[in-house]
Design a protein around this ligand. Structure first.
Ligand SMILES: CC(C)(COP(=O)(O)OP(=O)(O)OC[C@H]1O[C@@H](n2cnc3c(N)ncnc32)[C@H](O)[C@@H]1OP(=O)(O)O)[C@@H](O)C(=O)NCCC(=O)NCCS
Length: 173
């Protein structure tokens, strides 16, 4: 299943993507925000995780990053959690919100999902800003909810989006 936006194409992640993705997520702009960018860590967080669907982000034929969507809530799958990361060259061009928009629109239309969550590290102010552009709101701080790359616990900002508040960032500009 391929999802296409004005600048971004998403296709289901495959084993062959992990080498390049691991390299991208160890770059200085991404590394502080991804717990385990090793190939094994990426596999465990994506195609190895039950209830998770992951896509590679392709920009002009280059692998730029990944997006994951995982079932959450009660009953299981009542809502969907999201994660995204791009390599350094692809950050700050609106490509993260575009990729997330494609996934949100796809899941909402295919499954009727009404709520999405995302939980960046509380200090990841760039990510929080990017998600607010999609209509995500800050719910609050989840204390010590994520393992940082140095192995310590850190706080995350839980953000949620109700589908009626979605501001699609994958429309042609
Ligand atoms: C987080 C991420 C997905 C966002 O996607 P993106 O395409 O870079 O985001 P955008 O370019 O649309 O928006 C970034 C916004 O943050 C703003 N910004 C940049 N640095 C900032 C900072 N230090 N504090 C606050 N806002 C900042 C930019 O000005 C921009 O806002 P604007 O469009 O209103 O000007 C991407 O940067 C990324 O992959 N980062 C590395 C990994 C990561 O942090 N993943 C998230 C884990 S939850």
């Amino acid at each position: 299943m391929e999802l296409r936006g004005p600048r971004v194409r998403l296709r289901l992640l495959v084993e062959a993507d992990f080498g390049e993705l691991s390299r991208l997520l160890q770059q200085p702009g991404a590394a502080p925000w991804w717990t385990d960018p090793s190939e094994m860590g990426l596999r465990a967080a994506t195609i190895g995780a039950p209830g998770t669907v992951s896509w590679s982000v392709d920009v002009d034929g280059h692998l730029a990053g990944l997006v994951s969507a995982f079932d959450a809530g009660w009953p299981p799958g009542a809502y969907v959690g999201l994660a995204v990361a791009l390599g350094d060259s692809w950050q700050e061009h609106g490509l993260g919100p575009e990729a997330l928009s494609l996934v949100i629109a796809h899941i909402a239309s295919e499954r009727g999902v009404h709520r999405f969550t995302i939980d960046p590290a509380a200090e990841n102010t760039r990510a929080i800003r990017a998600y607010e552009k999609l209509g995500f709101r800050r719910v609050g701080i989840m204390r010590q909810s994520e393992v940082a790359p140095d192995g310590s616990w850190r706080d995350c900002m839980l953000m949620d989006l109700l589908i009626g508040e979605f501001v699609d960032q994958a429309t042609d500009r």
